[in-house]
Design a protein around this ligand. Sequence first.
Ligand SMILES: NC(=O)c1ccc[n+]([C@@H]2O[C@H](COP(=O)([O-])OP(=O)(O)OC[C@H]3O[C@@H](n4cnc5c(N)ncnc54)[C@H](OP(=O)(O)O)[C@@H]3O)[C@@H](O)[C@H]2O)c1
Length: 422
Amino acid sequence: MERDQFNMEKREKIVLVTGATGFLGSAITRRFLTSGYKLRLLIRKRNYDTSPTSFGWESTIKELILGSQPNEYLQEQHSINGIWTNADESLYNLFLNNVEIFEGDITSSYLGLEKQEHKRLCNEVDEVFHCAAATHFENQQADELVTVNVKGTENMLQFASTGKQKRFHYVSTAYVAGKQNEIVYENELVDEEPLFNNEYERSKFIAEQVVIQYAKSNEIPYTIYRPSIIVGNSKTGATCKFDNIYIFAKVLLNIRNSVIDHKSENLNDISVRVPGVPNALINLVPIDYVADAIVAILKVKESINKIFHITNPDPPELSELRDLLMPVLGIKGINVKIDGQVEHKRLSAIERLFLRHTKTYYSYLFSRLRFDCRNTQGVLESAGIVCPAITRDLVKVLVDFAISHNWGDAKQTASQKAEIAC
Ligand SMILES: NC(=O)c1ccc[n+]([C@@H]2O[C@H](COP(=O)([O-])OP(=O)(O)OC[C@H]3O[C@@H](n4cnc5c(N)ncnc54)[C@H](OP(=O)(O)O)[C@@H]3O)[C@@H](O)[C@H]2O)c1
């Protein structure tokens, strides 16, 4: 596989990254750093000063990208150039020498930057890696999804076409495919909007169409990455985001604990019906696989003007995942039944509780959507990168991390936070 100029000349190339404070963006940024790229991070400007306990993005960057300890940060009085005794020294030095941070907002004109600053960036940046997005599934906040995901992407494309010509990398989602039960191909061009599971999917679908059309008419070389459902690191379980399967696992554990605490029912008699079909495909991909795959793909010339499914070629079915999860959670005596009609049935208090907490994800429990990932596999084979299988051991690693980090809820200790870098 021929390596492109991005790789050959990486030390001279400058990459602007959005979303570096997020789950995937931080993992990618870490890999860019160790690959020797020069980085400009566009970080969302926030008024962090209003909360005395808020560490702001500097701390997030340290925790997620560098794995340093936030206590140090407090002693540094908010200085990004302070002494990070616990950070990986070589990574820290790479960061100091190769990263410039810009506070802005992808939804604002000039990306929320000073005009002069914006102009300088337009003229010096060679590649844009656009990973920032609003990632919630709350349909009530659809306006925000459109503003950040569609308008924000338009602004980033405009940036890419101003000044120096730039290559554009866009992180989409495999679920732009919406509610289908078929196989979806990477090269398929979708003319018609499919039915969507939520407004998040719709906003990402529109944004992807905007990327393709804008890039084609402005001759911008583009690459689109479509990950499926991202979970923690396959070796350590590390994650800073506890949504999707973590919510199901946490609710099941809470049900078990409350039943034991109240001794209100005999554990052996409990049956919890959950919505879905047993053979629904739950396409989970560990964060380290996703980040390694994306970085490997963007280094090859063949990735220009292509779409890549960063998906699991062998995803577990819903019933399999349940059978992996229950023993790992240590739950015995609760019979979790998958029932496509559950919503229309008379529910127990426990079932109502379960449904209330997991409602946002229902539709995915009925999906038989399969993702063809031949483009991705073609590149990854030569790079020696393989998607980890979703085994009981892997599920245990994910659950153990989540439990030891209180499902992302409680204040974490400094050393726990430092483990999160993926
Ligand atoms: N996680 C998944 O399972 C998954 C699956 C498929 C695709 N994806 C895609 O992967 C990308 C990253 O997802 P993620 O899970 O890492 O998301 P995330 O953790 O929610 O991070 C989102 C990032 O976007 C930034 N951002 C949001 N609005 C912004 C704005 N107006 N201006 C500048 N930055 C802004 C956030 O900044 P703050 O830190 O200031 O909030 C954060 O850095 C997204 O495009 C998402 O659609 C994710």
